[in-house]
Design a protein around this ligand. Structure first.
Ligand SMILES: Nc1ncnc2c1ncn2[C@@H]1O[C@H](COP(=O)(O)OP(=O)(O)OP(=O)(O)O)[C@@H](O)[C@H]1O
Length: 278
């Protein structure tokens, strides 16, 4: 059975009363962000989602995460419609979103705490996940005593500590420098190879998308639809050298070929600040 089934998902935002924008020469107070998304994701699959800015990648992730609802269409998790955040789903954002007043250990424990797991057990689990990310010696540090890469490791450790069936990652490495980013990609793959949870990972970086994925999903310019899906048939486990292979370069070229037109179209589109919308 598929883990996630997305069926004809559409999303339209309505602007606040009295506010309009001009799209294709026509005044409107509605913005179509997702124009009908269909996608089936198998348990343990690693999906990366690429598309031009404004194509609705984050909105789609929010719908799958139950943080917002679709205007029409359905998303099912193990056969049940998603209408609110599920305990089986974890989220990692671009900004590390750690609690500054909690230590590294207490940050990872938090996700277990809200699920009612007892003190001793949550400490044990939190320590296991910190160890996986090489953070064993940093459990008493506060977020502002850690580098960006380490903070994001803590955020991922926290997301994984609850053993989620679905991990949603919205440009989690975008704020990191290139070297740290590559190291974290490799770490994420190493850990995912062990736990094989289902992942949907949004990124703008094609190399990252190809390196991580079982399938790369390319979205169109707004209103976002799925333009193409690429099966990435590179052997696993993947080490960093795979990026230099001919097969990898061929994928990069194929994906960019499809994405380029959409990025060009998106340049001509407008964007509207969410603050304007009701
Ligand atoms: N709450 C909201 N109200 C109105 N419009 C919104 C809201 N949230 C997002 N949008 C608009 O929906 C569109 C898609 O946003 P989204 O953040 O999903 O795009 P994206 O593909 O993730 O873009 P990027 O790659 O730049 O992060 C954008 O035009 C955005 O301004």
């Amino acid at each position: 059975m598929d883990r996630v089934v997305i069926s004809d998902v559409r999303k339209t935002f309505r602007l606040k009363q009295g506010q309009f924008i001009t799209v294709d020469g026509r005044e409107t107070d509605e913005i179509d962000v997702l124009g009908g998304i269909d996608l089936k994701i198998r348990p343990g699959e690693f999906i990366t989602l690429v598309g031009p800015s404004g194509s609705g990648k984050s909105v789609l992730l929010d719908i799958v995460g139950g943080l917002t609802t679709a205007t029409s269409g359905n998303v099912e998790f193990d056969g049940t419609a998603i209408r609110a955040p599920l305990a089986d789903t974890s989220y990692v954002f671009q900004q590390y979103a750690l609690f500054p007043w909690r230590t590294t250990l207490a940050n990872v424990e938090y996700a277990l705490e809200v699920r009612g797991i007892g003190r001793q057990q949550r400490k044990t689990i939190a320590r296991q996940f910190l160890a996986l990310f090489g953070l064993r010696d940093f459990e008493d540090r506060y977020p502002n005593q850690l580098s960006g890469g380490m903070q994001q490791r803590v955020a991922i450790a926290r997301a994984l500590a609850t053993s989620p069936q679905l991990l949603l990652m919205d440009e989690p490495f975008a704020a990191l420098d290139a070297q740290t980013r590559e190291i974290l990609q490799a770490e994420l793959l190493r850990i995912w190879d062990e736990i094989k949870t289902t992942v949907i990972f949004v990124t703008h970086a094609l190399d990252e998308a190809i390196y991580l994925a079982d399938r790369v999903v390319v979205m169109t310019a707004r209103p976002g639809r799925i333009k193409a899906v690429f099966d990435i048939d590179l052997p696993r486990p993947r080490d960093a050298d795979v990026r230099a292979s001919d097969a990898f370069n061929a994928y990069r070229q194929q994906v960019w070929e499809v994405l380029r037109d959409e990025v060009n179209k998106a340049q001509k589109d407008w964007t509207v600040s969410p603050a304007l919308a009701s």
